[in-house]
Design a protein around this ligand. Structure first.
Ligand SMILES: NC(=O)c1ccc[n+]([C@@H]2O[C@H](COP(=O)([O-])OP(=O)(O)OC[C@H]3O[C@@H](n4cnc5c(N)ncnc54)[C@H](OP(=O)(O)O)[C@@H]3O)[C@@H](O)[C@H]2O)c1
Length: 368
C-alpha cells in the first residue's frame, strides 16, 4: 500500500468535492490501486493555510487554526505571494514524499484570464519541488502548456489537467491513452455550458438577462459572468485544446473570439424558425505551420452534431488522420464530474508509479 500526499492549492467547490470523492472511493483506491491518500496541506486566498506532515484531520478546523495543535502551519495573510511562500515551505516539508514520487499538488484556484497567473507559478513551484501536478484550472494549460510540459518531462513528474475542458469526460486522456499513432488535425466543439444554455433558452423567447440569471442561480456561470458571455472561457478551452492536441503555442488572447449578446437572441429565434441552430463554436485547425483557433457564433444545419446540443450539453468533434472524425459528447455536467477529472488524473499518476513506468513525454504532433 502506498500513501500519496496531496497539497491542495485552492479549496473551493471543486477541491472540496474532490476530497469528499476521495473519501467515498477510499475502498476502490485501496483495493483497486493499492493506494491511500491523505491531504497534508491546504492553501486558500482568504481562508487561511494549513500543513500537517501526517495528514490534516479536519480541513475546516485546520484552516481556522483552532485544532490539530502542534502541527498546523501558522496562518498567513492570504495573498498570492503568501501562497507561493506557503507552497515552497510545504514542498520542503514533504521532500521525502516528493523524492518517492508520491507527492501531488492539486491546483484549483480561479482562472485569471489576463495571464493565467498565479496558477502557472503554483505549477512551476510544485514541479520544481518534485511534486506531480493535477489541475482543473484552464490557466496553466491555456497559457503555458509547452513550458510546463517540458518542465514536468525534465523533472520526471506529471502535469495533468483533464478537468480543464468538459470536466471529467475524457478528452486529453482519451487522446493520450487510447489513440497511439493517431494525429489530431483539428477540432470543433461547444464547450461553454452557460452560453449554450442561454442560446437554447433565448431560442424559446427567454430574455438574455433572465437566461443568464438562471445560470448564475444554479452556480454554473463563472463568478465573473463576462468570462462566459464574452467567450473568454471558451477561448481558454480552445487554447488548451490547440496547445495540447495541435501542438500550438498560443494563449487565449490569440484566439479569434466572439461572445453572445442580447441581440444574439433574435438570431437564435430566426435560425430555429428556419430549422437551424445558432451555437457558440470553438474550432482549431492546423494550416501549414499555423494553427487557427477561434470562438465564433455559427448558424448550423440541423444535422450537425453540435446543433443537437441543448441546454448545458457540450461536445467536441476531433478530426484525425487515421480515424477521420469522431465526437465526445457531455450530456450533463456537475462539480462531481470536475472532481472526477482530478481523481482520474491522480489515478494515472498512481498507476504509472505502481508499474514503475516513466511518464511518457508530452505528446508531440507528428510532422505532416
Ligand atoms: N466549478 C466547476 O464545476 C469547474 C469546472 C471545470 C473547471 N473549473 C475550474 O476549477 C477551478 C476551481 O473552481 P471552483 O469552482 O472550485 O472555484 P472556487 O469555488 O471559487 O474556489 C477557488 C479556490 O481558490 C482559492 N484561491 C484563489 N486564488 C488563490 C491564491 N492566489 N492562493 C491560494 N488560493 C487561492 C480560493 O480561496 P478563497 O476561498 O479563500 O478565496 C478558493 O478556495 C477554477 O479554475 C475553475 O475554472 C471549475
Amino acid at each position: 500500500m502506498t500513501t500519496f500526499d496531496l497539497i491542495l492549492v485552492g479549496f473551493g467547490n471543486v477541491a472540496r468535492r474532490f476530497v469528499a470523492l476521495l473519501a467515498e472511493e477510499r475502498s476502490v483506491l485501496r483495493r483497486g490501486y493499492g493506494v491511500t491518500v491523505r491531504v497534508v496541506g491546504i492553501a486558500t486566498r482568504r481562508h487561511g493555510q494549513a500543513y500537517a506532515a501526517a495528514g490534516l484531520r479536519s480541513y475546516e478546523r485546520s484552516l481556522s487554526g483552532s485544532a490539530e495543535a502542534g502541527h498546523h502551519a501558522p496562518l498567513a495573510s492570504a495573498q498570492s505571494t503568501a501562497t507561493r511562500t506557503f507552497l515552497r515551505d510545504a514542498l520542503k516539508r514533504s521532500a521525502t514524499a516528493a523524492r518517492q514520487r508520491r507527492l501531488v499538488v492539486v491546483e484549483t484556484t480561479t482562472l485569471d484570464i489576463a495571464d493565467g497567473q498565479p496558477a502557472i507559478g503554483h505549477v512551476r513551484a510544485a514541479l520544481a519541488g518534485g511534486a506531480h501536478v493535477i489541475t482543473a484550472n484552464k490557466g496553466p494549460v491555456a497559457f503555458a502548456y509547452r513550458s510546463l510540459a517540458r518542465q514536468a518531462d525534465r523533472a520526471g513528474r506529471r502535469f495533468l489537467f483533464e478537468g480543464a475542458v468538459m470536466d471529467g469526460v475524457p478528452v486529453f486522456n482519451l487522446v493520450r491513452e487510447t489513440l497511439p499513432a493517431v494525429t489530431v488535425i483539428g477540432f470543433r466543439g461547444v464547450v461553454n455550458s452557460t452560453t449554450n444554455y442561454m442560446l437554447t433558452e433565448m431560442e424559446r423567447g427567454q430574455p438574455f438577462d433572465a437566461a443568464l440569471a438562471d445560470m448564475q442561480a444554479r452556480g454554473i456561470a463563472e463568478a465573473d459572468a463576462s468570462l462566459d458571455i464574452d467567450g473568454w472561457d471558451a477561448a481558454a478551452k480552445a487554447a488548451a485544446l490547440a496547445n495540447v492536441l495541435l501542438d500550438a503555442h498560443i494563449t487565449p488572447h490569440a484566439v479569434d473570439r466572439q461572445g453572445i449578446t442580447p441581440a444574439t437572441g433574435r438570431l437564435a429565434i430566426d435560425a430555429r424558425a428556419a430549422g437551424r441552430r445558432v451555437k457558440l463554436v470553438v474550432s482549431g485547425t492546423r494550416e501549414g505551420r499555423q494553427v487557427k483557433v477561434r470562438v465564433a457564433l455559427e448558424e448550423l444545419p440541423a444535422d450537425d452534431l453540435l446543433a443537437g446540443l441543448d441546454g448545458q450539453q457540450n461536445a467536441i468533434v476531433l478530426r484525425t488522420d487515421l480515424l477521420e472524425e469522431f465526437a465526445v459528447v457531455q450530456r450533463s455536467g456537475s462539480v462531481t464530474e470536475t472532481a472526477y477529472a482530478l481523481l482520474s488524473d491522480l489515478l494515472t499518476i498512481t498507476r504509472e508509479r505502481a508499474t514503475r513506468q516513466s511518464p511518457p513525454p508530452a505528446r508531440r504532433r507528428r510532422s505532416p
